[in-house]
Design a protein around this ligand. Structure first.
Ligand code: ATP
Length: 319
């Protein structure tokens, strides 16, 4: 191969820029020409492709988000749209592609590989919900943001004897919530992997208040319930002032942590090497601190992401 492309797709995540930088610089190191595709699969379809050089990725390692831009583009599920995308890549003489994104983006990468266009996926999402890797790029940064938010809420909760319900991202994966709960010392943790009984939670909080607990923090994963309603119900049952805080997209931005930058750099570099070794249809992972790669289909369909039960139990034990 002589020319490779790189794109970021789906929800953005801090550390994506470090991954792009690693792809570009590793490609150049191996005398490849590297092209960036703007706005994910949408830009691929619209032929929004530019050549990148060493300096295109100067000063991006510290920046959150993705300088290439990202997009949701459901039209990519249509084969005619994908064929147009392959046509655009061929027009630029691009032989292979690195796709940085979540499992939806992996599907797109798999479909392109099946059309004879080799792709390697890199897990970029704060949700940590991809199989075949212990961590996804952006998770560590988002975790630190969530912990900082919990720390701040704790200060004001303890001043006012208040109960705080904090909604944390993660889509349907509780890793971000239970890790933030452990690091932030939250009293109650609610994750999608464990059945949620609201009346049981309220009972526990009520008992805590009766025993003289001055304040409490409830860490809850998004998509579990209406947290404003939950806060209202807790207040009604306990008589304690209760507020809900939805951290939302705050968690998706900010300077990536060293851990995210390093992991993104390692995965980006190895992804290019895999393309040079003739691989396609693979995705990168970090397992037991080793860079590994798996079949994309396995990661999407067959490998199940294990629930981090230890972390969940720990948050319950330490409260
Ligand atoms: P996040 O985890 O942050 O949501 P994601 O990569 O899972 O990231 P999606 O919106 O699910 O985000 O997918 C990103 C893009 O990948 C879609 O907008 C679409 O362009 C492409 N894509 C998703 N599913 C498929 C599919 N089945 N076939 C082809 N392309 C797909």
């Amino acid at each position: 191969i002589k020319r490779i492309g790189v794109l970021t797709s789906g929800g953005d995540a801090p550390g994506m820029n470090a991954a792009i930088r690693a792809v570009v610089r590793t490609g150049l190191h191996h005398d490849l020409e590297v092209f960036g595709i703007h706005s994910g699969y949408k830009g691929l379809h619209q032929n929004d492709i530019v050549q990148l050089d060493r300096h295109s990725v100067s000063d991006v390692i510290t920046r959150g988000g993705t300088f290439l831009g990202s997009a949701r583009f459901p039209e990519f599920k249509d084969e005619a749209v994908r064929l147009q995308a392959v046509e655009n890549l061929k027009q630029h003489g691009i032989d292979a592609l690195v796709v940085i994104g979540g499992d939806g983006s992996y599907m797109g990468a798999m479909c392109l590989t099946e059309l004879g266009f080799p792709c390697i996926g890199i897990p970029g999402t704060i949700d940590n919900d991809i199989a075949g890797t212990d961590f996804t790029i952006g998770f560590d940064t988002a975790l630190n943001v969530a912990v900082e938010a919990i720390d701040r809420l704790r200060d004001t909760c303890s001043s006012h004897n208040r109960i705080s319900v904090v909604e944390i991202m993660g889509r349907h994966c509780g890793d971000l919530t239970s890790s933030a709960a452990v690091a932030g010392g939250a009293e109650y943790v609610i994750v999608p992997e464990v059945a949620f009984d609201q009346s049981e939670l309220i009972l526990q909080i009520h008992e805590g208040v009766a025993k003289g607990k001055k304040h409490a923090i409830v860490a809850i994963c998004e998509n579990m319930c209406d947290v404003n309603r939950l806060a209202y119900d807790i207040q009604a049952a306990t008589g304690r002032d209760t507020r809900a805080t939805i951290l939302g997209h705050i968690q998706r931005g900010g300077t990536p942590t060293a851990q995210d930058r390093i992991m993104a750099s390692r995965m980006g570099a190895r992804a290019v090497e895999l393309l040079l070794e003739g691989y396609g249809g693979r995705c990168m992972g970090l397992q037991s601190n080793h860079i590994v790669h798996h079949d994309i289909i396995d990661c999407i369909k067959h490998l199940k992401r294990p629930f981090n039960e230890e972390m969940y139990q720990l948050s319950n034990t330490l409260f």
